[in-house]
Write a protein that binds this ligand. Structure first.
Ligand code: HEM
Ligand code: HEM
Length: 168
């Protein structure tokens, strides 16, 4: 069974990134995007930017770990889905940084500048919003597939990511 599991460091990074990404997606859409760009928003933006940066670093760590600890065998479409999840996370971090630089949000959050009236006038904001929606859809598919394996096929797939005991 152990050969079918991901290595422990990969499991740890998977769940850390999953928790942070879900937090950023939900608070980004339900809180950040709804708040007017007043001084009250700065604290929320600071947390969002810092955690977004942490996610980008963790994805880089995950890519390094993947070289050291290869994943257990998986079908090609499954692997492609995992690559797409990582690419969308990197696109979110990249477009977020571009947006923060272009709009002056970095200066506002970390050096006491003013926020722009609305982020939607900046191109990277559109990319960020679209990538967030695409990631939500893909994560939903990913979770449904995992639950399908667990509940319907009962093949112990979740054990590969450290949940439960697995089958083989
Ligand atoms: C934002 C949330 C999530 C993201 C971005 C994500 C991303 C990934 C990625 C990139 C992999 C490939 C392995 C790796 O490199 O770590 C993976 C594998 C996996 N994930 Fe997630 N995941 C998320 C949430 C979840 C949740 C909530 C579950 C469980 C319900 C789950 C179950 C699994 C399982 C079982 C695998 C192993 C699949 C295999 O056998 O290859 N993931 N995930
Ligand atoms: C990598 C993980 C990240 C995720 C999952 C994420 C997610 C989100 C989401 C869901 C929104 C709201 C989008 C909408 O409703 O259309 C948002 C907005 C935003 N994000 Fe991110 N983000 C990430 C990284 C970053 C980074 C690294 C920065 C900057 C350094 C950043 C800066 C922003 C800004 C400035 C907004 C605009 C808020 C507004 O429109 O009022 N994000 N993000």
């Amino acid at each position: 069974m152990s050969s079918l599991r991901y290595a422990l460091p990969r499991i740890a990074v998977h769940w850390l990134v999953a928790a942070l990404a879900v937090f950023l997606l939900l608070t980004g859409m339900l809180v950040l995007a709804e708040l007017p760009n007043t001084a009250q928003k700065l604290g929320n933006l600071r947390i969002h930017m810092l955690l977004g940066g942490v996610v980008a670093l963790l994805v880089a760590v995950r890519l390094i770990l993947a070289r050291r600890h290869p994943a257990p065998a998986a079908a090609r479409p499954v692997r492609a889905g995992h690559v797409a999840l990582n690419l969308l996370l990197l696109l979110l971090a990249f477009s977020g940084v571009m947006l923060a630089v272009q709009s002056g949000a970095f200066a506002a959050v970390f050096a006491g500048g003013a926020l722009p009236e609305d982020f939607r006038q900046f191109m990277p904001r559109k990319v960020h919003g679209l990538a967030a929606r695409a990631l939500m859809a893909l994560v939903a598919l990913h979770v449904l597939a995992a639950l399908w394996h667990h509940v319907v096929l009962r093949d112990g797939l979740l054990a590969r990511m450290g949940l439960g005991r697995g089958k083989a």
